[in-house]
Design a protein around this ligand. Structure first.
Ligand code: SAM
Length: 276
């Protein structure tokens, strides 16, 4: 018998993958969790019926959420990842030699446990001595830790359930305060095709709070529409002015110095989403 997984990304469209093996299905305090093997994308982590990451395309998202802000900052030493329990964003962050400490704040310890057990390719950095994993709410953590981090990455689920507050203006204010005086923050902000209102709302909030606000994009085949956005807020460094000749030695499959600037070049319909 064939088994198939379908995520309805909107009411009109979805993604369907043939399942060759099921490693885990269960329910945590926060969400339904599944870890399945698919023919096309290899192992796939699914939370509440939505694809979070797959072994075959995870490098795009994790490199782009991490290296763009990390290379924009001139000396990122202390890093915070909110969400991101699979460990992919922090794996990329600690590739930077300047990093002394990276804290992962994930609300659901079960996601970390499943990723460590079934996704070693992605979660491998979670046991690094530079990494501290805290199982708690990122909204509370950001409020309680002021003037602490050089770079904050918000690697969240979609804006429902415990992640809803991670898309609020008040949360971005806490992130601003949680950053040092030249800190940078980035959040995944969904698809320019399917989530225009969310991107506009988040970008407007970030633009009001941070002196520099930028939107950049990349292609992630397993995310809704395959085209994804990130919103960056920066207190001092503009990613468009990064000296890309200084970026070297990073082992990557997607990100590179030229892409650092190219990813901020937006198509007209995306520019229109964030137009004032
Ligand atoms: N890259 C993914 C995407 O765009 O679909 C996100 C992956 S990561 C697994 C998302 C994580 O955010 C989940 O494990 C979820 O438990 C966590 N999360 C949701 N709300 C949170 C909160 N308030 N504080 C900390 N972590 C949270």
């Amino acid at each position: 018998m064939e088994l198939w997984y379908t995520e309805y990304q909107t009411r009109e469209i979805g993604i369907t993958c043939k399942i060759s093996k099921t490693y885990y299905t269960g329910k945590s305090k926060f969400q339904d969790i599944a870890l399945i093997e698919t023919g096309q994308f290899g192992k796939m982590l699914v939370l509440d019926g939505m694809v979070q990451t797959t072994v075959k395309d995870e490098f795009v998202y994790h490199e782009m959420i991490s290296h763009v802000p990390m290379c924009t900052h001139t000396n990122p030493e202390k890093i915070l990842v909110i969400g991101g329990g699979d460990g992919g964003a922090i794996r990329e962050a600690i590739k930077h030699k300047s990093v002394k400490k990276a804290v992962l704040v994930e609300i659901d310890g079960k996601v970390v446990e499943i990723a460590k057990k079934h996704l070693p390719e992605i979660s491998c950095a979670l046991d690094s001595e530079k990494v501290e994993v805290k199982v708690t709410d990122g909204i509370k953590y950001a409020k309680e830790n002021k003037n602490t981090f050089d770079v904050v990455m918000v690697d969240s689920t979609d804006p429902v359930g415990p992640a809803a507050g991670l898309f609020d203006k008040d949360f971005y204010k806490s992130i601003y305060e949680c950053l040092k005086e030249d800190g940078i923050f980035v959040a995944q902000t969904e698809s320019p095709f399917f989530h225009k209102d969310l991107i506009k709302r988040v970008f407007d909030s970030v633009d009001r709070i941070f002196p520099i606000a930028r939107l950049y994009t990349c292609s992630v085949p397993t995310y809704p529409s395959g085209y994804w956005s990130f919103t960056m807020g920066s207190k001092k460094y503009d990613p468009l002015l990064t000296d890309i000749s200084k970026i070297d030695g990073l082992q990557t499959k997607y990100y590179n110095p030229k892409l650092h600037k190219a990813c901020f070049v937006l198509p007209e319909f995306v520019k229109n989403i964030i137009k004032k």
